[in-house]
Design a protein around this ligand. Sequence first.
Ligand code: IPE
Ligand code: MG
Length: 271
Amino acid sequence: MNTREEVGEFTQIFNALMSLMRTFIFKVLRVGPIPTNISFIMDGNRRFAKKRNLEGLDAGHRAGFISVKYILQYCKEIGVPYVTLYAFGMDNFKRGPEEVKCVMDLMLEKVELTIDQAVSGNMNGVRIIFAGDLNSLNERFRAATQKLMKLTEENRDLIVVVCVAYSTSVEIVHAVRDSCVRKSKIGDGSVALELSDIEECMYTSVVPVPDLVIRTGGGDRLSNFMTWQTSKSLLHRTEALWPELGLWHLVWAILKFQRMQDYLQKKKKFH
Ligand code: IPE
Ligand code: MG
């Protein structure tokens, strides 16, 4: 056996052991309540690239995609039904044009790769939904998001909502406009909006409100992410940069959610 084969065999054994360990940890975790929707504010990609001396404008964001892959896998194994990812905020469009293009190109590359995966039936039951002002994306990107949503619409094991060109302010304006149009079409000319009318027209109305919001990169802000929907969510911040977020950070956040269940349930009932 040559060294390469030995390394390959070692990696296989290591992965099998890790998977066994996860199965055990997640089984224990499932004794308590599991969040229905975990939302991630993925922050710290550029700091990660700087810390590791990685070259290229997209280096940190590329590393961030690896984290996305693992975190989704863990959430699916734990049995979390919905995950919401804050991938690109409206404010991020204010970054330098080169960086915006770089992140957009990278996202398009990943969406197209995932389309290939979906076409060959390798999605493992994962449904992808994009939420945000998709009209502000370029034609190719928008078409790719529509295609991926269509290809995965039957999948049920994990529903992933990817927020791109998203901010809650834009979402509310869009929802109010849309619900006015809907109402004026069916009504007698007078538009009396109910809360439920607006909520139905939110970009993120396809998923339940988040029970747990995890923000990486040490920030204490919601950065215009689901501010309408998170009034009763547990917020958990970690100093870990998004590409550094691992199994233990996720398990720790869910344990905190479980420890605070009584408090969270009381707040849901009595405000
Ligand atoms: C988050 O990481 C990714 C996007 C907003 C696209 P940042 O790019 O904000 O990285 P930091 O926070 O500057 O390190
Ligand atoms: Mg940041």
